[in-house]
Design a protein around this ligand. Structure first.
Ligand code: GBH
Length: 506
């Protein structure tokens, strides 16, 4: 295998003591990311319909840590120029944002298109293009129209048709200028945290059942949008259509066979469930996981496996439906077959796999309980995916670090994280992985879902107490800018002040 050869070459180079300056290729795309509900605000302005996050935060505010919501958020709906100005300050090649389905189709259905919503995204895209900043558009980042949730959301197989109708409106309106489409952001978070647990809206908590049904329906919905684009738009519009999956690294705690299998099961349950139907040659759900869930279901008295199957026709329809593999990567966990095992609800996905997970105390901690700085985890995740799925084109569509709202603008922990992450990106490129771009999460502070405004991910701080939602660059913004400008990582670089300007040509 070509990749295996390249990997061993890299291993040899790493043992050499010669230090050479490593550069990011000139055509490597650097950007930042956000998502509609987390930044836009204007939750009920100009005809926008209600979505599941409006509904959850308004009817059940105590599930949000600070009882806040995204009604105003960073108010990006009213700050197109300032948002694009920040991209210019940083010198970004690209900006990844998401479309709010219910801002475009207030009821969720395509019978009524909200022109004001279309105008907002047109303004944003056109303002970016003026400065050569490429739009990377996520069509769905968790804000399902509430009416569709009432009809079952991703548990109803009709979601695939509703989503295809929405996709058509989106391609028709923006496809002349948008050349990189991401159908869904993080199916695991939609299906597991939203339907199989209580981590995200609609907090359905249908443990052991909701996740698997959602995973299948979402795969079909994704494939319908992909085929629509491929058959009816691609020749004319010339863009690419893919999906973004959250792929944190899960390695074995020890090199025992049991721990290796435990890690593999954990990978299958965490991202294989969403990647395998699309990126594997055979299609369908991951085999060892499917066998385990079928076995557990039988033991538990279910007349069928809680994990649905794809028919041969469905497998064929879904596999190969992504022009690239979008990866959101933050951290890593070590997995054990025997240690650190916790009790979980029966049935549930975590009970199905029954493995333990561990985070070494020496990995630097963020403000988010799930997020530490794990060594070289981008390299571990991407080289694994590349050899598993025949080295597709990859984009890292999110990577980032959280700190406390009261932390200083001198966010040295975030600087440390980004430098380490980008070193790992360089290792990944050296290994021959077909990685084309990297986006930080996030351009600016925003509504961090159930954590409200208590965890901050922005290169720019947002003052949520000011009516203008003033944006101020943190130290990490200057460091990122310098990396983009020089295409290298200089660990000794210190910004001379925290005063931001726009460089010539941006
Ligand atoms: C991404 O999810 C999302 O795409 C983005 O919207 C989000 O803001 C960003 O990362 C940072 O979280 O509340 O402790 O139960 C990454 C996966 C999903 C991990 C939500 C944390 C909640 C854990 N994240 N999950 S917790």
């Amino acid at each position: 295998m070509k990749l295996a050869v390249l990997l061993s070459v890299v291993a040899v180079c790493h043992t050499a003591t010669v230090k050479h300056e490593r550069r990011f290729p000139d055509d490597f795309i650097f950007g930042c990311a956000t998502a509609a509900y987390q930044v836009e605000g204007a939750w009920n302005e100009d005809g926008k319909g209600e979505n599941i996050w409006d509904y959850l935060t308004h009817t059940n505010p105590t599930v949000i840590r600070d009882q806040s919501n995204g009604d105003v958020a960073a108010d990006s709906y009213h700050h197109v120029e300032r948002d694009v100005e920040m991209m210019r300050e940083l010198g970004l090649d690209a900006y990844r944002f998401s479309l709010s389905w219910s801002r475009i189709l207030p009821t969720g259905f395509a019978n009524e298109v909200n022109q004001a919503g279309i105008n907002y995204y047109n303004n944003l895209i056109n303002e970016m293009l003026k400065y050569n900043i490429q739009p990377i558009v996520t069509m769905y980042h968790w804000d399902l129209p509430q009416r569709l949730q009432e009809l079952g959301g991703f548990i109803n197989p009709l979601i695939a048709d509703w989503y295809e109708d929405y996709a058509k409106v989106v391609f028709d309106n923006f496809g002349d200028r948008v050349k990189l489409w991401i159908t869904f952001n993080e199916p695991r978070e939609i299906c597991y945290e939203g339907y199989g647990a209580t981590g995200l809206a609609p907090i359905l908590n249908a443990t052991g059942v909701g996740t698997y049904i959602c995973a299948k329906n979402l795969a079909i919905a994704h494939a319908k949008a992909y085929h629509l684009y491929n058959n009816e738009y691609k020749a004319r519009q010339g863009g690419e259509c893919g999906i973004t999956i959250s792929v944190n690294w899960f390695g074995p705690l020890t090199d025992s066979e049991e721990d290796e299998f435990a890690a593999e099961l954990r990978r299958q349950a965490t991202w294989g469930l969403y990647a395998e139907p699309i990126f594997s040659a055979e299609g369908g759900f991951p085999k060892e996981l499917a066998a385990r869930v079928a076995e557990k279901s039988a033991e538990q008295g279910f007349p069928w496996s809680r994990m649905p199957e794809f028919t041969d026709e469905e497998k064929k329809f879904v596999r190969g439906t992504s022009d690239f593999f979008g990866v959101n990567h933050y951290t890593a966990f070590l997995v054990s077959a025997t240690k650190h095992i916790q009790q979980h609800a029966v049935p549930s996905l975590l009970d199905d796999i029954g493995v333990g997970s561990y985070v070494p105390p020496e990995w630097m901690k963020s403000a988010s309980s799930w997020l530490t700085l794990a060594p070289n985890s981008i390299y571990n995740a991407l080289t694994h995916l590349a050899s598993k799925y025949n080295n597709p084109v990859f984009y890292i569509t999110e990577n980032g670090w959280s700190n406390d709202p009261t932390a200083s603008l001198e966010d040295d922990d975030r600087v440390t994280y980004y430098r380490a992450a980008l070193e790992s990106v360089l290792n990944t490129l050296d290994a021959g992985v077909n990685l084309k771009g990297y986006m930080t999460w996030s351009l600016m502070d925003n509504f961090e879902w159930l954590k409200g405004y208590t965890e901050r991910f922005g290169l720019y701080e947002v003052d949520f107490s000011s009516p203008e939602r003033t944006r101020t660059p943190r130290k990490s913004a200057f460091v990122y800018k310098e990396i983009l400008r020089t295409r290298t990582i200089d660990n000794s670089y210190e910004p001379s002040s925290l005063i931001m300007t726009i460089d010539e040509g941006h």
